[in-house]
Design a protein around this ligand. Structure first.
Ligand code: ARG
Length: 434
């Protein structure tokens, strides 16, 4: 990035150019160049509105539209060299437009400020990011659906405290994650609904004296409406916080599943066998196959949470309206999007290609007397015992099985009748995990 130019956009009252360090702390182009499409789309809608309202001439508008198309082409082709001296994407685009079309470029910024411009660009970006993530969640959910169906009858232990608790099936276990993903998608779409209103027309903060048409630009850009408060329009970033939270929460859910995969992939559990494409080896221990992708999904939760805290902290205590602090809003948002997208894709690939070991899961569901609760429930439902007493009777039966070193369904009926003589052989219906 060249530092050749001093700022032509606001340099009118300035005699000196900014110090190098000032330029470094001030420039956001390294990050916000990612908004170039939104910036050009927003400017094209703004120029069309200015011409429609007679604020600029049709000829100037035509030059601006064509010039902006050319700038877009150049950026797309990687031909435009961005400059830190021009601070951000907005001024880099406008400066290039001026080189291409001359004078008329200076009319584009009529009735607009970078404050409403950046808020508009960023809202469009977050809106598209929400749509994109909802689609990636759908893909992952489809994989979960397939596994839920496939393993509907594969018994595994359900856990509390990571201790075998009651038998469930793998399908039932995975259904929990499907539900989490469904809520995460809902949160992302809620965020999209709230982000989708248009700041344009707020200008710096107080609005603008030109006879602009805010409804026109809002509609052109696919927003639901212009934002009613101009001060709010330029200074609200709760949409970014909300997006960051939705990403962090979804990442947290993935991290819980990642943790289970890591545990299940140990030889001690042996419930899951990850494909080679989704594992790595050890450079010293030849026998190892490590679930690195799952560990990284778990580890990246740190970033997602950190990004949320970063942005919440930036916004805390900022007086109305725009403050430059807010320029710190994009890096974390872009990072959370990239990170969550990658994690969703990794989880999808990992699970889609994994093999579950159903016999091993069944065998482990049979350890730890996981049907003891079913036994207690049978005593309540069939013998009408109070649950507390049933719990007590069951405890004695479990103790007996433990002493004999057998499973509950391997006890003799007479053994159980010694604890409670009303027990019948109907009890065996509930004692096996199947
Ligand atoms: N690059 C700035 C940002 O991202 C654009 C807005 C600058 N506004 C200003 N008043 N200096 O926030």
């Amino acid at each position: 990035m060249s530092n050749a130019k001093s700022n032509q956009m606001w340099g009118g009252r300035f005699e000196e150019k900014p110090s190098n360090i000032m330029e470094q702390i001030n420039a956001s182009i390294g990050v916000d160049q990612r908004l170039w499409r939104q910036d050009i789309t927003g400017s094209k809608a703004h120029a069309a509105m200015l011409a429609k309202q007679g604020i600029i001439t049709k000829e100037d508008e035509k030059a601006i539209q064509e010039g902006l198309d050319q700038v877009a082409q150049e950026i797309q082709n990687g031909e435009l060299e961005f400059t830190a001296a021009l601070e951000d994407i907005h001024m880099n685009v406008e400066s290039r437009l001026k080189e291409i079309i001359g004078e008329a470029a200076g009319r584009l910024h009529t009735g607009r400020s970078r404050n409403d411009q950046v808020a508009t660009d960023f809202r469009m970006w977050v809106r598209d990011a929400c749509t994109d993530l909802a689609g990636v969640i759908d893909t992952f959910t489809a994989t979960l659906d397939r596994l839920i169906e496939k393993h509907a009858d594969d018994v595994m232990p359900g856990f509390t405290h990571l201790q075998a608790a009651q038998p469930v099936t793998l399908g039932k276990h995975l259904l929990a994650y499907k539900e989490m993903m469904s809520r995460d998608k809902g949160r992302i779409l809620d965020c999209r609904a709230r982000v989708n209103e248009c700041p344009l027309g707020a200008a710096a903060l107080a609005g603008t004296p030109y006879p602009i048409d805010r409804k026109f630009t809002a509609k052109q850009l696919g927003f639901d409406r212009p934002m009613p408060s101009t001060l709010d329009a330029v200074s609200a970033r709760d949409f970014a916080n909300e997006f960051l939270f939705a990403c962090a929460q979804c990442g947290l859910h993935l991290s819980r599943l990642a943790e289970e995969i890591i545990i299940w992939a140990t030889p001690q559990f042996g419930y899951i066998n990850l494909s080679d494409a989704w594992s790595t080896g050890s450079s010293i221990m030849p026998q190892k196959k490590n679930p690195d992708a799952a560990e990284l999904v778990r580890g990246k939760t740190g970033r997602l949470n950190g990004n949320l805290v970063q942005m919440m902290t930036v916004m805390k205590g900022l007086p109305l309206a725009y403050n430059k602090d807010m320029q710190e809003d994009k890096e974390s948002t872009f990072d959370s999007f990239d990170t969550l997208r990658l994690c969703l894709e990794a989880m999808n690939g990992m699970l889609d290609s994994a093999k579950f070991n159903a016999p091993r899961m069944l065998e482990s569901a049979e350890l730890g007397f996981t049907t003891a609760t079913a036994l207690a429930d049978w005593l309540v439902m069939e013998l009408n015992l109070p649950f507390r007493e049933a719990h007590h009777v069951t405890g004695a039966i479990v103790k007996m099985a433990e002493d004999k070193g057998c499973k509950l369904d391997e006890l003799a009926l007479s053994d159980m009748q010694a604890v409670n003589n009303a027990i019948t052989d109907d009890i065996f219906r509930v004692l096996s995990v199947k």
